[in-house]
Design a protein around this ligand. Structure first.
Ligand SMILES: [Zn+2]
Ligand SMILES: [Zn+2]
Length: 588
């Protein structure tokens, strides 16, 4: 069927379904969606059933819009009805990222319409008859953590899932030069599970090297990943390294993103349909479910998942209409990776903080800007409000403030309890006056020198750079204070070296070696991880509906991948394997 055939088909279905007096002015593609323009919006507004019927008959996503000639400005509405329409919502913290992206998308609106039409036309291309197959190629992040990427290929289409970077390596790119992948222009769609750089860090580079198509991801992931990508190239420039792309490539990625909410199903290739479900890991993180062909095959990519309700998110979804293969992360999939519960972790955190603050000390918490910071903020806000810890200022330094602001712009992605707290009782814990943003280096030095107790959350999470080092340098030799780790410290990082009971540490300070005695308390609290531990991973598969026939394990150090794969085989008797990067598995 040609594209015009599909549109003609759509027009005739619309004509059949809607009553005769309804005026339809246009039917066209916009990305994967068919858009119907009408002069009688009220008819569609009154009956949801019309859209459902059309969507069912066409088996496509349908959107109905008022004909452009009807679009009244707010002023006109005000004139007609005498009062201004107002959208009531808890005021979020203003986010520069969200503002800039929305503004940018407004300025490129016309180009975007053209782009979306092109995408729609490419999606509707005819699939010649032939033998069907489904394969998955491991391009990065298999038997390792970092540079996640995989290619899902069918007879007709190619879908790239995640395109991350391995930060600690000079050449931390996935194998994008593999013959299956090249040329990049032959890829139909790029799907991003979440914003962490090990999943999204090289997405803009795709546009530098010839990809021109769409990115499918959730709206918060689009915003968070551009924030992290901008920071990534800034850090590279600061360290006089060559950045793999520049800000124009990041803008192009934003322009080509087609945002998808959880639970919305959409065509992303002629024979591939995508649905995102909550992954519970960070804001907007998703498990990507692919339905291939007409009932031919189903694959889900877990991305990073948390299968436990956290202070921020509901647990990862593991119910799908159909599923044959699951690709599952294994960061904490090793035999000994059992973590304390959220509740125990919070108790420990409060105990340490109470002890240090009451003796007049300060608490420094190195955190990742996205995920862990907001979770620790929620625990601290709750504890301080309920007088379980002394009331002191909580300073946020680094990108934490901006990342938190993005969280408040998307409250519908937070867990049900937090949503109720924000919307029904009007208490947004992120807006608490306890939190203070560190905006200048002067303010930072004042906090460093001040004698009053306080709590500081600062990036980077593994102390590889960033403002956390300034506080650490000032407070390291004072036994009153404490350094509190809540996140994963990778082998070789400064955080890991300090954690291993170093009594003194040498770091580079403005190009000079600086040796610091470590006299402050060093504490580690496990249980704040955004990843499932081994039991949660096994439970995720054990309670999955339907249970998949096969699990492909990735995103873990080599022995964790194999530990989890053999655990899954022994416990559930399903086919489980941990392929190497560059291996291809034929699924169907
Ligand atoms: Zn992640
Ligand atoms: Zn990851």
């Amino acid at each position: 069927m040609t594209i015009e055939d599909i549109l003609n088909d759509a027009r005739s279905v619309v004509k059949k379904v809607v009553p005769d007096h309804v005026e339809i002015t246009q039917v066209d593609f916009e990305g994967p969606t068919i858009v119907i323009y009408t002069k009688n919006m009220e008819v569609f507004a009154e009956s949801n059933d019309l859209v459902r019927q059309i969507a069912q008959q066409l088996r496509r996503r349908i959107v109905v819009r008022p004909d452009p000639s009807l679009l009244a400005s707010q002023n006109e509405i005000k004139k007609r009805i005498g009062w201004a329409p107002k959208v009531v919502r808890t005021p979020p913290i203003p986010s520069k990222t969200v503002e800039e992206i929305r503004q940018y998308l407004r300025t490129i609106n016309d180009e975007r319409q053209v782009f979306l039409k092109q995408v729609g036309r490419r999606l509707a291309r005819e699939v010649p008859p032939g033998e069907n197959y489904v394969r998955i190629t491991a391009l990065g992040g298999f038997r390792q953590v970092g540079r996640s990427a995989a290619l899902l290929s069918t007879r007709e289409s190619k879908v790239l899932i995640d395109c991350g970077v391995l930060i600690s390596e000079d050449n931390g790119s996935p194998y994008l030069n593999a013959p299956e992948v090249m040329p990049l222009g032959s890829i139909d769609a790029v799907v991003i599970t979440h914003a962490h750089l090990d999943h999204s860090g090289l997405v803009p580079a795709l546009y530098k090297y010839g990809y021109d198509g769409p990115i499918y991801t959730t709206p918060p992931t689009r915003d968070l990943m551009s924030l992290l990508q901008i920071d990534f190239i800034k850090v590279a420039m600061g360290e006089a390294r060559k950045s793999p792309y520049d800000s124009s490539n990041i803008r192009k990625a934003v322009a080509n993103t087609i945002p998808l909410k959880y639970g919305e199903t959409t065509d992303i290739a002629p024979d591939v349909r995508l649905t995102f479900q909550n992954a519970g890991h960070i804001l907007g993180s998703a498990v990507a479910h692919f339905h291939i062909g007409d009932g031919l095959y189903n694959v889900a990519m877990s991305g990073d998942i948390k299968f436990e309700k956290t202070w921020l998110f509901n647990p990862a979804v593991n119910k799908f209409p159909r599923l044959e293969t699951l690709v599952l992360e294994s960061t904490y999939g090793g035999y000994h990776d059992i973590q304390p519960s959220r509740h125990e972790a919070a108790q420990q955190l409060k105990e340490v903080i109470r002890r240090v603050l009451t003796r007049g000390g300060k608490v420094l918490v190195p955190v990742f800007a996205v995920g862990r910071s907001q979770e620790v903020m929620l625990v601290l806000e709750d504890a301080m409000r309920n007088r379980q810890i002394p009331e002191v200022p909580i300073y946020l330094d680094g990108m934490i403030w901006e990342a938190t602001a993005i969280h408040t712009a998307y409250p519908e992605y937070l867990n049900s309890q937090l949503r109720t707290q924000i919307f029904q009782t009007g208490e947004n814990p992120f807006l608490s006056p306890m939190f203070k943003r560190v905006e200048t280096s002067d303010m930072r030095s004042n906090i460093c020198d001040d004698v009053e107790p306080c709590i500081v959350l600062a990036t980077s999470g593994m102390m590889s750079g960033g403002p956390v080092l300034e506080y650490f340098k000032s407070w390291a030799d004072n036994p009153l204070h404490a350094l509190l780790f809540v996140g994963f410290q990778s082998e070789g990082s400064l955080g890991r070296r300090i954690q291993r009971e170093a009594r003194e540490i040498t770091l580079t300070d403005r190009g000079q070696p600086l040796t610091l005695p470590i006299k402050l308390d060093v504490e580690t609290i496990d249980g704040f991880s955004g990843h499932s531990d081994r039991l949660q991973l096994l439970n995720y598969v054990g309670t999955m509906e339907p249970r998949p026939e096969r699990v492909i394990v990735n995103h873990g150090e080599e022995f964790k991948c194999s530990d989890l794969a053999s655990g899954l085989y022994k416990k559930f008797g399903l086919e489980a394997r941990a392929p190497m990067n560059l291996e291809t598995i034929r699924l169907k």
